[in-house]
Ligand binder design. Structure first.
Ligand code: ADP
Ligand code: MG
Length: 718
């Protein structure tokens, strides 16, 4: 029996776990979070007040209160069973990082005591030499620094207190994905407040983005997955033929959830609830073996942290249910990949959603200004938004007729498009309504949760929020939100400057708007596209409209250093020029490396598994041909089969050699730009050529002798 057939037998014999009841949400929700409520109960009043002021201002902790906060935090965590603490951060690897230290100090007499000072809470100094810095951190200053971000709470997982931190270099430059996110949130707030003040709102103290990410993932049986080095090391299959039954029947989407999967989901939710992460929705996705988990939206900083924790927990909890969780954007060729819809809106400190049309003429005029800013942000800064979705995995998805294309356009729906037309053309709107004078008449009520949802648009308005659909399932949502906030801040900045100048010159706001809004809508209407984003005409139409189509990561990343993109980040103080160039280098390097790792993996699989299986089959077949011929006098069919098998085996010998050469040519390259170009233009095509013959051989070699679990087994055994 082969390892593969043994695994299948084990799966067939295994029992489903009992489903637990989640009636205890009330009592466990947030129980492992060092929340403001916990702090208020435990801190002396003046210290709590000072901490709260720090948090509201979005500043770092004052050292004068740090010792008290640290002591309270330590006692709380130890009571929860924690023995260690870690400064938890989000380096440019795209993952989260943690180094655990025990709450431990020794006294002179050889005894040990629990210790955790304010200094340890505020700042950590992990050796950062192994984290990507894009040249920012020279080797003589290998230290990176971590500083507590008190605007999101610390939490306990297992026996470790996790303190969310920023990660920066000796010279104060961002080495992570949190610092620019926080800067982009302040930029958005600063610029949006200028608009609110123009509309006479003196009450709002800040504006913040809200984010609800919908996380897609695949579950594969662990006993099968371990037999595939590609799944274990690259998170996706590098060979494999489509199963006879894929997603054609469309019977998986929203289908009943298999019990074993449901038990896994409940375990994940339980862990999320304990951490105060509002997991809300779970369902089967389009592809067999594909599922989705979505929380209720939160402010962007918390939503990013929580999505990182969610991805970690999905990975960690899956093996307990004998699953492996795949977050890769394209684990299986020919089957839908996974994305992450980033639902995004902005609200003021009073909780008003600024993307909600509202019910008074003034509210509507304000909504139209924010809408115009969104269109301007997406139209003018489309390359910035595209940068939020770069990655080797996502390249397999974007523009492949299953995910929104790499052309970033906006879907507004018929009703809102109609409103825009009216404003641009100054014509009468729907019958029974007066002419569309901004700030005087009301917008028609827009249904939230529009029924005519356009699933093919990368950026769709859904009633009171925009849904950005081009993010990959494995990616941090930090970059896309940095991009959205910063592009939006730029657009609001332009609009606010123009309106402020007009008002200062004695023009009434309403008059200024009557002139500005139609002009802006006309200037940016090219970015509105309500049609089918998957159609083959759209790229041509988009080109006519002048919309960029940055179809690969390499192309998109080249724009990082373009003057237009730089200007956006520099003007809003989100990234410095050095930080941007560093990020470009890190992302190109990471792209090139992930492609070369996959190339090497495929080469290894071909040599140690696929070719031996094909050659074994060839020998068996040759033997059959001989025996058949001597018994029956002819063996035409067997010979034809053998010839075909041999053709693909020989071709595989040739193509694997080309792949090896491609990898060698990449290895000697020093410049990251060139490395990335070779990855895209030489290594990936060489992999495709190899794969073609692997897949042909899989269709010919006897199932019992094929060493790798098939797509059908991976996708359907749950
Ligand atoms: P779907 O798009 O799959 O139908 P929903 O519309 O119910 O799903 O919501 C998807 C996500 O959008 C959820 O995480 C939800 O909390 C979030 N969401 C809802 N309203 C807002 C908002 N105003 N701002 C940001 N996210 C929101
Ligand atoms: Mg959605």
């Amino acid at each position: 029996m082969t390892a593969r057939t043994e695994a299948i037998q084990q799966i067939a014999q295994s029992h489903c776990p009992h489903l637990s009841l989640t009636s205890e949400i009330d009592s466990i929700y947030g129980c492992d979070v060092f929340s403001l409520e916990v702090l208020q109960k435990r801190l002396p009043k003046p210290v709590f007040k000072a901490l709260k002021a720090t948090i509201n201002k979005g500043e770092l902790l004052d050292s004068s209160i740090a010792d008290t906060v640290a002591c309270v935090m330590k006692d709380w965590a130890i009571a929860k069973g924690a023995t260690h603490y870690t400064h938890w951060f989000q380096p440019m690897t795209g993952l989260t990082a943690e180094k655990h230290d025990a709450f431990l100090s020794t006294t002179g007499e050889g005894r040990m005591i629990n210790e955790f000072s304010g200094k340890m809470l505020i700042c950590g100094e992990p050796d950062a030499s192994s984290f990507p810095s894009g040249g920012i951190r020279s080797t003589f200053e290998a230290r990176g620094y971590t500083a507590w971000d008190p605007t999101v709470p610390a939490f306990v997982i297992g026996t470790t207190l996790h303190i969310p931190t920023l990660f920066y270099s000796y010279s104060g430059e961002a080495l992570d994905r949190k610092i620019p996110l926080l800067r982009s949130i302040s930029a958005l707030s600063r610029q949006a407040l200028r608009i609110l003040r123009l509309f006479g709102n003196e009450k709002a103290t800040f504006v913040k983005p809200n984010v609800g990410p919908e996380q897609e993932y695949f579950l594969v049986d662990r006993r099968l997955a371990v037999l595939r080095p590609d799944i274990m090391l690259a998170g996706r299959t590098l060979t494999g033929t489509p199963p006879a039954k894929g997603q054609e029947m469309e019977d998986h989407y929203f289908g009943s959830i298999p019990e074993r999967v449901l038990a896994f989901m409940q375990d994940v939710e339980h862990a999320l609830f304990r951490l105060g992460i509002p997991a809300k929705t779970r369902h089967n996705e389009v592809a067999p073996g594909q599922f989705e988990l979505a929380p209720i939206y939160e402010d962007a900083n918390a939503a990013v942290d929580h999505n990182m924790i969610m991805m970690n927990l999905l990975h960690q909890i899956a093996p307990k249910h004998d699953f492996v969780c795949l977050l890769h954007e394209k684990p299986f060729a020919g089957v839908n990949g996974s994305g992450k819809h980033n639902n995004w809106s902005i609200s003021d400190s009073e909780g008003n959603n600024l993307l909600d049309p509202g019910s008074t003429p003034l509210d509507n005029a304000q909504f139209l200004v924010f809408l115009a800013a969104v269109l301007r942000a997406v139209h003018k800064h489309s390359a910035v938004l595209r940068l939020g979705t770069v990655g080797a995995g996502n390249d397999h998805r974007l523009g492949a007729n299953e995910a929104p294309p790499a052309i970033i356009s906006v879907y507004l729906g018929d009703m809102l498009t109609d409103v825009l037309d009216t404003i641009m053309n100054g014509v009468k709107h729907a019958p029974g309504r007066t002419s569309m004078e901004i700030g005087v008449s009301l917008l028609p009520p827009l249904p939230v949760d529009l029924s005519d949802r356009n699933r093919t648009s990368p950026f769709a308005f859904t009633g009171n929020k925009f849904e950005f659909r081009a993010v990959g399932s494995s990616q941090s949502i930090s970059p896309v939100n940095i991009a959205l906030n910063t592009a939006m801040a730029c657009a609001l900045d332009d609009i606010a400057t123009e309106l402020e100048t007009a008002v200062a010159g004695g023009v009434a706001l309403n008059t200024a708007l009557q002139e500005l809004l139609p002009r802006l809508f006309r200037e940016h209407q090219a970015v509105v596209f309500n049609g089918n984003g998957y159609s083959s005409d759209w790229p041509e139409e988009a080109a006519r409209r002048g919309l960029p189509n940055l179809s690969t990561t390499v192309e998109a990343l080249e724009h990082y250093s373009s003057p237009e993109v730089m200007e956006v980040f520099l003007r809003q103080n989100v990234l410095t020029e050095r930080e941007m160039l560093a990020r470009q280098e890190i992302l190109l390097d990471s792209y090139a490396k992930s492609v070369s790792i996959e190339g090497a993996l495929l080469l290894d699989m071909v040599r140690t598994r696929i070719l031996p299986a094909a050659l074994g089959e060839q020998t068996r077949l040759a033997d059959t041909v001989l025996k058949t011929r001597s018994a029956l006098g002819e063996a035409e069919a067997e010979e034809a089969h053998l010839a075909q098998l041999r053709e693909h085996t020989s071709a595989l010998f040739v193509t694997q050699k080309s792949l090896e050469k491609a990898l060698d040519s990449q290895r000697v390259e020093k410049d990251v730009h060139n490395m990335a170009h070779i990855a895209r233009d030489v290594v990936l095509p060489a992999m495709t050529a190899c794969r073609e013959h692997c897949d042909a051989l899989e269709r010919m070699v006897s199932a019992a002798a094929w060493p790798l679990p098939s797509y059908a087994e991976l996708l359907w055994l749950h």
